[in-house]
Design a protein. Structure first.
Length: 478
RNA sequence: GGCGACGUACCCAAAUGGCUAAGGGAAGGGUUUGCAAAACCCUCAUUCACCGGUUCGAAUCCGGUCGUCGCCUCCA
C-alpha cells in the first residue's frame, strides 16, 4: 500500500517516496519562544507527530528537525534589548513548549536547533546569496533577498503570485527599511538602538538574522540541501515558506523540499484565538479539565487540512472515547487476566488460531485510511467498528484468550500512531481485589445492602465497578 | 482589491462519478443486570446550502447564487 500525501506545491495528493530509500528527512517549523504556546500551536505539532509516527510505522527511518526561534522582533521586544534577559525568557518558554510536547505524548524531534546557535550557518548562507547576487546590502547594513533577481519567485510554487496585484502602497510606507523591491525580504537586519546588546558581530556587520533564513540554514545543517518533507501551519505558506524556497534554491541550485504539508488552524468555540479577544487557550487550561489523551484525540480527530473548531463538547466526546478505548483494552486483557476473572470458556470457534472470517480485519482498513493523506476519520471508524465486533464476541462469551490477545496487540500497534492510550495502566491494588471478592460473596448470598456498601467504598477509593459475565471489573475513575 | 478553502442529520465528521451516504456523540426504545455501570441491538439525512447544466448515472464534475472562514501584516 502506498502512502499518498497532499502536497501544497502541486495542490494534489501524491505518492510519497523518500528521496533516498527509506530515509525520510523531515523539517517542521517550531515555535517562536516569546510566550506560552497555545493549544492551536499544539495542533500542528500533533499533526506532525501523527505523520512522523505513521512514516515510521510504514518502515521509514525519520529524522525530524524542529527549530526554536529564540531571537526575532517579538523576543527582542519582550527582553527590552537585554541579551541575558532574552536568553532567560526564551529558555523559559522553550521549556514550557517541550513540557507540552511531552504531556501530549508527542515524540521528540532529533534536533531542536536554536536560532541563536545557528548564526554562523545563516551568515554563511547569506554570504552565498550575496556572492550569487541574489541578495544585496542596503545603506544601513541590512541584507535583502532580491525577488527580481530570482525570477522563479512565487511562480509554480506554494502560492501563485502576481507582483502587480500586490498592495504595494501600504507596505512601502510601513516599511522602515530601504528595500529595492517591495516584495524583497530581509535576510540580515542591521543593528538598531532598540536591539540593545542583542546583536552578532559577523562578516555581514553588526546585526541579527531575519526570520526566514533560519529555517533554511537549520534544515541544511542537519538534513542537507534537499528535504523530503517540510511542514508547518497554513499561515506559514506565505511568505515564510515561499521565501525559504527562494533563498534555499537560489543558494543551492537544488530543489529544496519535495513535499510541503500544512496544517489548518484551530479555532476555539467558533472563534479565532487572539489576544484581543482574550480567548487564548493554553494546554494547561485544558489539562485541568481533560486528560492529555482526550486532548490529543480531540486535536487528532479532525483531518489536518480542515479547520478544527475545538469545543468543550468535542473534548468531552474525546474523553468518552478514550474511556471506551481503554475499557475495551482492559476488557480484552481481562479475558486472559489473572484471578477469577479470566475463566472464560473457550468455545470451538474462538480456540487458539484465528480462523478465516474471524481474523482481526481492521488492520487493512486502518492502514488504507491513513495511506490516504492521513484520513484519520476513516481510520478511527475502522477502530470503532472492530471494537464493536470484539465486544459482541465477548458479550457472547465467544472469544478465546489468544484472540483477545490479538486484539490487544493490534490496538497497541495502532496506538503507536495514535498515541492515545495511557503510558501504562496503573496497577490496581490487591486490596481492591479483596474487596471485590468480599462483594462477590455478598452478592452470591444476595446481601445487596452489603454489596452496595462495598461498591460505594470502592467508589470512594476511586473505582467504578462493572459486573460482567466474566466477573467484576474495577475501573479507575477519571 | 487579490489568492484560497469550506457548506453532508440535533452536534462532530468521512465518502470526490455508480451497490442500502462511514464512524463518533446526543436523544428515544430495547436486550442484559439484584440494582447500577459497561457492552450489545433498534430508531435517528429518499438526502448531501440553493439554482441551473454535463452524464445512462453526481453529495462528488461545470456555471451561477447565498453563506461561513482563512491568507495577503508577526502567527502553528
Amino acid at each position: 500500500m502506498t502512502l499518498k500525501l497532499y502536497n501544497t506545491l502541486s495542490k494534489k495528493k501524491e505518492d510519497f517516496v523518500p528521496l533516498q530509500g527509506k530515509e525520510v528527512k523531515m523539517y517542521a517549523c517550531g515555535p517562536t519562544v516569546y510566550s506560552y504556546p497555545h493549544i492551536g500551536n499544539y495542533r500542528a505539532y500533533v499533526f506532525e507527530d501523527l505523520l512522523r509516527r505513521y512514516l515510521e510505522y510504514k518502515g521509514n527511518k525519520v529524522t525530524l528537525v524542529m527549530n526554536i526561534t529564540d531571537v526575532d522582533d517579538k523576543t527582542i521586544k519582550a527582553s527590552g534589548g537585554d541579551k541575558s534577559k532574552l536568553t532567560s525568557i526564551t529558555r523559559r518558554y522553550e521549556k514550557a513548549f517541550k513540557k507540552g510536547l511531552s504531556i501530549l505524548n508527542i515524540k521528540s524531534a532529533d534536533e531542536y536547533p536554536r536560532a541563536t546557535e545557528t548564526i554562523d550557518e545563516m551568515v554563511e548562507l547569506i554570504e552565498t546569496l550575496l556572492e550569487k547576487e541574489y541578495a544585496y546590502k542596503t545603506d544601513d547594513g541590512s541584507v535583502y533577498f532580491s525577488i527580481e533577481k530570482y525570477s522563479k519567485y512565487g511562480r509554480d510554487n506554494l502560492v501563485q503570485l502576481d507582483p502587480k496585484s500586490m498592495r504595494a502602497g501600504e507596505r512601502i510606507s510601513e516599511d522602515e527599511y530601504d528595500k529595492e523591491g517591495i516584495r524583497d525580504f530581509v535576510l540580515w537586519k542591521a543593528w538598531k538602538e532598540e536591539d540593545g546588546d542583542i546583536f552578532w558581530e559577523t562578516s555581514l556587520g553588526k546585526g541579527r538574522p531575519g526570520w526566514h533564513i533560519e529555517c533554511s540554514a537549520m534544515s541544511m545543517k542537519y538534513l542537507g540541501e534537499e528535504l523530503d518533507i517540510h511542514c508547518g501551519g497554513v499561515d506559514n505558506i506565505f511568505p515564510h515558506h515561499e521565501n525559504e524556497i527562494a533563498q534555499s534554491e537560489a543558494a543551492s541550485g537544488k530543489k529544496f523540499v519535495k513535499q510541503w504539508m500544512h496544517c489548518a488552524h484551530l479555532i476555539y468555540e467558533g472563534e479565532k484565538m487572539s489576544k484581543s479577544l482574550g480567548n487564548i487557550i493554553l494546554l494547561e487550561d485544558l489539562t485541568k479539565k481533560y486528560s492529555p489523551e482526550a486532548i490529543r484525540l480531540a486535536l487528532l480527530s479532525t483531518h489536518y487540512r480542515s479547520q478544527l473548531d475545538l469545543t468543550d463538547k468535542k473534548l468531552k466526546e474525546a474523553e468518552g472515547n478514550i474511556q471506551k478505548i481503554t475499557a475495551f483494552r482492559q476488557r480484552m486483557k481481562r479475558i486472559r487476566g489473572k484471578g477469577r476473572f479470566d475463566d472464560v470458556k473457550l468455545s470451538a470457534t474462538s480456540s487458539v488460531n484465528l480462523s478465516a472470517g474471524r481474523s482481526i480485519k481492521f488492520q487493512p482498513d486502518f492502514e488504507e485510511a491513513l495511506d490516504d493523506d492521513l484520513n484519520i476519520s476513516e481510520a478511527l471508524s475502522a477502530l470503532y467498528r472492530t471494537m464493536r465486533e470484539a465486544n459482541i464476541l465477548s458479550d457472547e462469551n465467544d472469544i478465546g484468550k489468544d484472540e483477545a490477545v490479538q486484539y490487544v496487540h493490534q490496538l497497541d500497534e495502532f496506538d503507536k500512531m495514535l498515541g492515545i492510550l495511557p503510558e501504562k495502566e496503573a496497577e490496581i491494588d490487591e486490596s481492591v481485589y479483596e474487596k471485590i471478592k468480599e462483594r462477590e460473596d455478598a452478592r452470591l448470598a444476595e446481601d445487596w445492602a452489603l454489596s452496595d456498601k462495598i461498591r460505594d467504598e470502592l467508589f470512594e477509593m476511586g473505582y467504578n465497578l462493572e459486573d460482567t459475565p466474566h466477573g467484576t471489573i474495577p475501573k479507575r475513575k477519571k
